[in-house]
Write a protein that binds this ligand. Structure first.
Ligand SMILES: Cc1cc2nc3c(=O)[nH]c(=O)nc-3n(C[C@H](O)[C@H](O)[C@H](O)COP(=O)(O)OP(=O)(O)OC[C@H]3O[C@@H](n4cnc5c(N)ncnc54)[C@H](O)[C@@H]3O)c2cc1C
Ligand SMILES: *[C@@H]1O[C@H](CO)[C@@H](O)[C@H](O)[C@H]1NC(C)=O
Ligand SMILES: *[C@@H]1O[C@H](CO)[C@@H](O)[C@H](O)[C@H]1NC(C)=O
Ligand SMILES: *[C@@H]1O[C@H](CO)[C@@H](O)[C@H](O)[C@H]1NC(C)=O
Ligand SMILES: *[C@@H]1O[C@H](CO)[C@@H](O)[C@H](O)[C@H]1NC(C)=O
Ligand SMILES: *[C@@H]1O[C@H](CO)[C@@H](O)[C@H](O)[C@H]1NC(C)=O
Ligand SMILES: *[C@@H]1O[C@H](CO)[C@@H](O)[C@H](O)[C@H]1NC(C)=O
Ligand SMILES: *[C@@H]1O[C@H](CO)[C@@H](O)[C@H](O)[C@H]1NC(C)=O
Length: 538
């Protein structure tokens, strides 16, 4: 009897486990394959990592279901009752609907100032993402994409947004009458609020710099309709559900691959001693290896970038063809980190920290507060993870997120305390004491103090090397399709097709960067193999 085809999936994240689940549960395929999932870390989930902080359930990685309408993640969450919990969880109240927006110097900004800028920003983004019909879009957005065009040659979202802001300013000349706040002129404040919104967009996209993010690609990205929610029992419950059908010996933890040998021509050039009936050989860091007929590679784009660059060791042998490595190096992959801070208990009172939006002076300003360093100045908000929680959360992106990974807890506490004190104290009263008095209870001596810190380190973790992918200027959605192409490319290797398949969020053209994108990519590659073996459904 012929040997069963052996399929090895590299990575036990959303993509890998979805593929394994599909291959194992599809009608007629249960006994068709020998199936393994090899995972470099000592847990399953990958960029999904539910944890706990001060008694609350939190997410260190994926946090939101981005639109519940039609989301496969939402369907699993419902089916497994993962949307109900007695324990409090991150963002159980959804997005905060009330913010305090405070500018450096301690000026709380009126809605009459913030709202028009927020509306402008939202309209510009809706237009860029084609969420709205063109007729209903503000003139500003049309102006900058059409008339202004990209004559400047800069096709980034960042450049588009700034052209939109300029157009908005050109359309009104009333800054002088409107007046400013303290040392802030009206125009400078509007720019700083706009910059705060740009910084939120940096965390959504993981683009460290919006001037690096391709404008055209924004229109290809798809969101599901409906509410965005977090998962009460934790994102990991989705992962556990997918893994639950697999026999215990399928998933092997602590097996980090360091070289994948494959046969571009479908056969060995020289006679080798290896079992020629399985064309792929996976080498692990511990010196062991595994032969396979098919490998589904689901490692992050960051791991692929490092694994295809000559300085940091080649993951593939022979190297991937250049059209693949070009796509890998063109696409963007940024670092986004989350910072959790616990407020020190304030007697028996429930903490009442606001959902704080932070507006900082632009970079060249002399008015910048000395105690607020660069790495916190592009962070847009600091908010309780639900109403009255004593746990606050901030998101970091880009080089600020990279810097965060290197800082001690003590330094983080000092800087966030100084920042909050400076923002929440009354205008023009410098912080009174070195240890930061003047809390959020305006004027009273109740201090904002933090007792515990937890930060993520997605950038430096060798199994991830970043957070999620985006389309850079110079890349395009087509590069995601190239990422997804299996090897060897037909017609070469016709005798040994589908040796290396690629799944993972960075292989999905319209849902990249998300858990459901990873899910769809895992299904896609499982189906590719099922079809190849005439197993069934598509
Ligand atoms: C901070 C943060 C917030 C996010 N927020 C959201 C959100 O709100 N909503 C959303 O939809 N998405 C979010 N995402 C993105 C989402 O988490 C990812 O898109 C998705 O989980 C990726 O799944 P994947 O299977 O493609 O990759 P991964 O989860 O990275 O899985 C790949 C696996 O491969 C393993 N691996 C790596 N190298 C090797 C090797 N050499 N050998 C063996 N194994 C290896 C890794 O350990 C990992 O387990 C967020 C991500 C981060 C980091
Ligand atoms: C995942 O969470 C656990 C704690 O819950 C933590 O020890 C581990 O470092 C986390 N891993 C990543 C990659 O965030
Ligand atoms: C803020 O709003 C209040 C009333 O809503 C108004 O009295 C005040 O003048 C506004 N301040 C500025 C600086 O616009
Ligand atoms: C776009 O403009 C910004 C700011 O001027 C610049 O930093 C960036 O490099 C430009 N990008 C391209 C692709 O020209
Ligand atoms: C939060 O605290 C405020 C003030 O103490 C209170 O009015 C509100 O009901 C609290 N909300 C929750 C969800 O506990
Ligand atoms: C939390 O507070 C917001 C308003 O600040 C309110 O709309 C929401 O219902 C509250 N949630 C709970 C669970 O109390
Ligand atoms: C810090 O605060 C404590 C208690 O509020 C106070 O006793 C101490 O003097 C303060 N330290 C400094 C350096 O101001
Ligand atoms: C300050 O504290 C005093 C006494 O604790 C209280 O009566 C007062 O209302 C507080 N003021 C503010 C602005 O919170």
């Amino acid at each position: 009897m012929a040997k069963k085809p052996r399929i090895v999936i590299i990575g036990a994240g959303m993509a890998g486990l979805t593929a394994a689940n599909k291959l194992y549960t599809s009608t007629g395929s249960r006994d068709m394959f020998e199936l393994f999932v090899v995972e470099g870390g000592n847990r399953i989930g990958g960029r999904i990592n539910t944890s706990e902080f001060c008694g609350d359930r939190i997410e260190l990685g994926a946090t939101w279901i981005h639109g519940i309408g039609g989301s496969p993640v939402h369907q699993i969450a419902e089916k497994t009752n993962a949307l109900e919990s007695d324990q409090p969880w991150e963002c159980m109240d959804g997005f905060p609907d009330e913010h305090k927006t405070i500018a450096e110097g301690g000026f709380e900004l009126n809605a009459s100032l913030v709202d028009p800028v927020s509306t402008l920003f939202k309209n510009l983004m809706d237009f860029a993402q084609r969420k709205v019909a063109e007729e209903s879009v503000v003139a500003d957005a049309r102006w900058c994409s059409r008339n202004g065009g990209f004559r400047g040659g800069n096709k980034s979202l960042g450049a588009y947004l700034r052209r939109g802001l300029d157009a908005y300013w050109d359309s009104r000349k009333d800054f002088e009458e409107l007046g400013g706040y303290g040392e802030w002129s009206r125009k400078l404040l509007e720019e700083a609020v706009f910059a705060m919104l740009e910084n939120t967009q940096r965390t959504y996209t993981s683009a460290g710099d919006l001037f690096d993010l391709d404008f055209e690609a924004e229109s290809e990205y798809r969101m599901f309709p409906g509410e965005e929610i977090t998962i009460s029992k934790g994102y990991l419950s989705i992962i556990k559900y997918l893994a639950s059908v697999l026999p215990p010996d399928v998933i092997q933890l602590g097996r980090r691959a360091n070289r994948i040998e494959w046969q571009p021509q479908g056969h060995h050039h020289q006679q080798q001693q290896v079992d020629d009936s399985r064309p792929v050989k996976i080498h692990f860091f511990d010196g062991s290896f595994m032969l396979a007929d098919h490998v589904i590679v689901t490692v992050s784009l960051g791991v692929l970038k490092a694994g295809t660059c000559r300085d940091s060791g080649m993951l593939f042998s022979p190297p991937l063809p250049s059209y693949k490595t070009d796509a890998i190096s063109r696409l963007g992959y940024g670092v986004v980190n989350k910072l959790f801070l616990q407020l020190s208990p304030n007697g028996n009172k429930k903490p009442e920290f606001p959902s704080l939006q932070m507006v900082f002076h632009p970079s060249e300003s002399e008015l910048r507060h000395k105690k607020i360093p660069w790495w916190i100045r592009r962070t847009a908000s600091l908010s309780p993870i639900y109403n009255n929680s004593s746990v606050l959360l901030s998101w970091f992106a880009g080089k600020e997120a990279v810097e965060l990974e290197t800082l001690s807890n003590e330094e983080i506490i000092n800087v966030v305390s100084a920042t909050v004190s400076s923002l929440l104290s009354k205008p023009h009263k410098e912080t009174k004491s070195e240890n930061g008095s003047n809390g959020f209870c305006n004027g009273n001596e109740s201090e904002v103090r933090f007792v515990k810190v937890l930060k993520t380190r997605w950038g430096s973790d060798p199994l991830f090397l970043g957070s999620y992918s985006y389309v850079t200027v110079g890349s395009s959605g087509a590069d995601f399709d190239t990422m997804a192409e299996p090897l060897p490319k037909p017609p070469t290797g016709v005798h040994r097709p589908l040796q290396i398949l690629f799944a993972g969020e960075a292989t999905h053209r319209t849902h990249y960067s998300t858990t459901h994108g990873a899910y769809f990519s895992g299904l896609r590659e499982a189906n590719r193999l099922l079809q190849h073996y005439h197993c069934v459904e598509v």
